[in-house]
Design a protein around this ligand. Structure first.
Ligand code: ATR
Length: 288
């Protein structure tokens, strides 16, 4: 996306930032600046590589420079959580912050990963009325997904992880609003059933190769795979599709969390953010 030359000569723009390390392959500037332009907003979104030892100084300097907010990505989400003056409920539950909003002289921390993922899923999955979910992985992404699933009324949750102890720890921090079970990756097929949402949160498949769980022999009706990896069809996605199942990749989560962050900074309802346009430019970029 070429920036209009007018932008580069303006001195009155609000700034929004992406703070991470690395950031050079991030799609966020493309997605966010596309949305800002579509909305006709007087702001620009800039990615900045920030090392861990300067992260706090950068966060404290941004509001002093008049910045409106920032997205925080790997490896700074937990440090951002510790630095905020106030936090949303989602950020508190996930103990991680991906969105900073500089307002009323304070640093407010939000986490839009979970709600962004869920709202994007509702756009691609026609029957979002699951009672059961199977989550593969127990890291930071799984934590955002699990808290969101419990909030959305899932009553039976199965956590599958290579290191079972990590899944046990994740289970311990979830609200006791439903039944949560922990098992090994190899048990995947026995936990599948109709009306089940499967969420793949590990990095397995990111660089090609295999699947984190053994492919099942059949795929039940109304069972849906939400893969969090984007930019490719993973072996798990293609395996599920070969069995006649439906699957989506993680681009929806990327654009969904971006849309929720932008809604917060702009003071707009999330529905008014041009999500489809954000998805379109991101898909186009990944193809090029
Ligand atoms: P993120 O924050 O992106 O979720 P993470 O916290 O490092 O990343 O979590 C990585 C997840 O992928 C974990 O569930 C990890 O399993 P362990 O808890 O056993 O480490 C899982 N994972 C990473 N590499 C894996 C592999 N080769 N096979 C199976 N699971 C793997």
């Amino acid at each position: 996306m070429a920036l209009p030359s007018e932008i580069l000569t303006r001195a009155d723009l609000n700034t929004l930032w992406l703070l991470g390390d690395p950031v050079d392959h991030s799609l966020s500037p493309l997605i966010q600046n596309t949305a800002l332009r579509t909305l006709g907003r007087n702001a620009i979104y800039i990615a900045s590589q920030v090392k861990s030892d300067s992260f706090e100084a950068v966060v404290r300097a941004l509001p002093q420079m008049g910045a409106l907010g920032a997205n925080v990505t790997v490896p700074h989400k937990m440090r951002a959580f510790q630095l905020c003056d106030s936090l949303s409920e989602a950020a508190r539950e996930m103990r991680a912050v991906n969105t900073l909003h500089f307002r009323d002289g304070e640093i407010f921390g939000e986490n839009t990963d979970g709600i962004g993922w869920w709202s994007s899923l509702s756009r691609v999955c026609r029957h979002l009325s699951f009672q059961r979910a199977v989550v593969i992985g127990a890291g930071g992404a799984a934590r955002a997904v699990c808290h969101t699933l419990m909030k959305q009324g899932i009553t039976t949750l199965v956590l599958l992880n290579r290191t079972v102890g990590n899944a046990v720890n994740l289970k311990a921090e979830l609200p006791r609003t439903g039944e949560v079970a922990v098992d090994r990756l190899e048990s995947f097929e026995q936990h599948l059933g109709s009306d089940t949402l499967v969420v793949q949160t590990t990095s397995v498949g990111l660089r090609g190769g295999g699947t984190p769980v053994p492919l099942p022999s059949r795929w039940p009706e109304r069972c849906f795979l939400s893969e969090l990896i984007y930019g490719k069809e993973t072996a798990l996605m293609s395996g599920v599709r070969r069995l006649g199942g439906e699957a989506s990749d993680g681009l929806g989560m990327l654009c969904g969390q971006a849309a929720e962050s932008l809604a917060l900074w702009m003071g707009l309802p999330p529905e008014s953010i041009p999500f489809q346009e954000m998805m379109r430019v991101a898909r186009e970029k990944l193809k090029s």
